[in-house]
Design a protein around this ligand. Sequence first.
Ligand SMILES: Nc1ncnc2c1ncn2[C@@H]1O[C@H](COP(=O)(O)OP(=O)(O)OP(=O)(O)O)[C@@H](O)[C@H]1O
Ligand SMILES: [Mg+2]
Length: 266
Amino acid sequence: MKPLSVRNLDMVYQLPKGGSVHALSDISFELAGGRMLTLLGPSGCGKTTLLNIIAGFLGPTSGEVYLGDQKITGPSKDRGMVFQQGALFEWLSVSKNISFGPRMAGKKAAEFRPEVNRLLDIVGLSGFGDKQVYELSGGMQQRVALARCLANDPEMMLMDEPLGALDALTREKMQGLILNLWNDTGKSIVMVTHSVEEALLLGDTVFVMAPRPGRIEKVYELPFAKRALTENSRDIKNSPEFIEVREEILSFIWEMEEEIMGREMA
Ligand SMILES: Nc1ncnc2c1ncn2[C@@H]1O[C@H](COP(=O)(O)OP(=O)(O)OP(=O)(O)O)[C@@H](O)[C@H]1O
Ligand SMILES: [Mg+2]
């Protein structure tokens, strides 16, 4: 898998009625191929903006992003996106959602059908191919979204709070699914989450971002994602070393939130 290289990114949104928002300031980092990066930080610190720039949906005000030696100038099937919810095609069946990319690429049914079945199996939805999207629970819909993303065989999967709308139990199961997908496919993943616990369990690299202007404040390299492939994730979350990092990040984010609230009240 190719490395991601983010170089001196700045993003300033110009507001229609004048004024501007400095959403990202001088963001630079290198991420080796096959890593799982999770992005944490208070609301408005630029997580979605950063993800959208990597996806190529947004052009930065200055700076550059490379995947391997390819400069990112727009969307491409080598970078697949999974959104929080509601991004499936409601009028298509599960199979047709998953095969959307291959069909757009001109592949014939005989070519992609075995692959769709394999993906349904991977995300635990064998036998659900002919269902309509509205017949599925929220967790099942997110499994379809993951499968649809994988169908394009991207180098890198980008996920913006993919589990944010799910109940706690489904969310834990989906965390396990994402970890296994990551391990089995070897793909790079960049995932935004509001859950500190989730970021620490899934991220072998974690960025804690700060707002105004959005920047990377802390970087962690963590062992928990690899451990969770073989150990019980509940036990990992309850281990002293996990709790120590979790509490450190939680108090850091709390302080940032309090400072923001204080500034807004003043
Ligand atoms: N299209 C836009 N036009 C103007 N300002 C924007 C636009 N999109 C985002 N912003 C602003 O840029 C900043 C970063 O927004 P962004 O959506 O990237 O934050 P975020 O970290 O994803 O927040 P959240 O956790 O709430 O999803 C915020 O101040 C936001 O108001
Ligand atoms: Mg966001």
